[in-house]
Write a protein that binds this ligand. Structure first.
Ligand SMILES: Nc1ncnc2c1ncn2[C@@H]1O[C@H](COP(=O)(O)OP(=O)(O)OP(=O)(O)O)[C@@H](O)[C@H]1O
Ligand SMILES: Cc1cn([C@H]2C[C@H](O)[C@@H](COP(=O)(O)O)O2)c(=O)[nH]c1=O
Length: 218
């Protein structure tokens, strides 16, 4: 791959896999090296994302197919919005780190309905902006559940060990289906945050062509 000045990076994984932790560490590392970084997440905290969060917290009831459609809309707005859209940020030279993107829909919505339908429904987002890399933090469901229980007061309705196992299997299925189209980088998430961050940094630095220059800082 030709070295790039700015990247679109998606972080993926089951709940509690450490995406937010790694988004923060990678943002700090890149910022310290003078890169412009925009870190963001899905579901967003905009209008459509808020609707999704109300469904997940159990406040509002909705069919799984409606949830899948809301994620399609939330993602398109996240990409295209004039004010906070990712496309504009990329054009302005920011490296965008997105905590969850299309693969989250393939895995989570694909766990309850036809995955090919979900892939098709998200095809416009995938065509507008495909991540330069999808980083999958692969944590065992048992460990992720322990982390969630010790860090949360309330669990969301889908955060059960059986669902975590199912979603992990669906991620693997989606990676296999889309391996010729998407760049996927897997890291072992059953380790300390620093070791995971080290692997992620090696990958990102090599894509940006800065691994030699900053090797002593790793
Ligand atoms: N590698 C790690 N080892 C141990 N604990 C970790 C590790 N990474 C994150 N944690 C802790 O686990 C909890 C969940 O981490 P984090 O919020 O980063 O995960 P997440 O994937 O963003 O979660 P969610 O999907 O629920 O938003 C936090 O309390 C965090 O401090
Ligand atoms: C983007 C996206 C997310 N989800 C689910 C996955 C999580 O259980 C919740 C909230 O995410 P968070 O990282 O814990 O804040 O949303 C989903 O089902 N489909 C998606 O496309």
């Amino acid at each position: 791959m030709k070295n790039r000045k700015n990247l679109f990076i998606a972080l993926e994984g089951i709940d509690g896999s450490g995406k937010s932790t790694q988004t923060k560490l990678l943002t700090e590392k890149l910022t310290a090296l003078g890169h412009k970084v925009y870190s963001t997440f899905e579901p967003t905290d905009n209008q459509i994302g808020k609707m999704i969060r109300n469904i997940f917290s159990g406040k509002v009831k909705a069919d799984n197919r409606v949830v899948a459609g809301l994620f399609v809309a939330d993602r398109l707005d996240h990409l295209l919005n004039e004010e906070y859209g990712i496309v504009k940020k990329i054009e302005a030279g920011y490296t965008v780190i997105c905590d969850r993107y299309c693969f989250s829909s393939y895995a989570y919505q694909g766990a309850h309905m036809d995955m090919d339908w979900v892939i098709q429904a998200n095809s416009m987002s995938a065509q507008i902006l495909r991540p330069d890399v999808n980083i999958f933090i692969d944590v065992s469901p048992e460990i992720s559940m322990q982390r969630l229980h010790s860090s949360r007061d309330n669990m969301e309705i889908y955060e059960t060990i059986d669902n975590q196992k199912l979603v992990r299997a669906k991620y693997v299925e989606a990676f296999e289906k889309l391996k010729s189209l998407e760049k996927i980088f897997m890291v072992n998430g059953d380790r300390t945050p620093d070791l995971i961050a080290h692997d992620i940094w090696n990958k990102v630095a090599s894509m940006l062509g800065i691994e030699q220059l900053n090797a002593e800082n790793q």
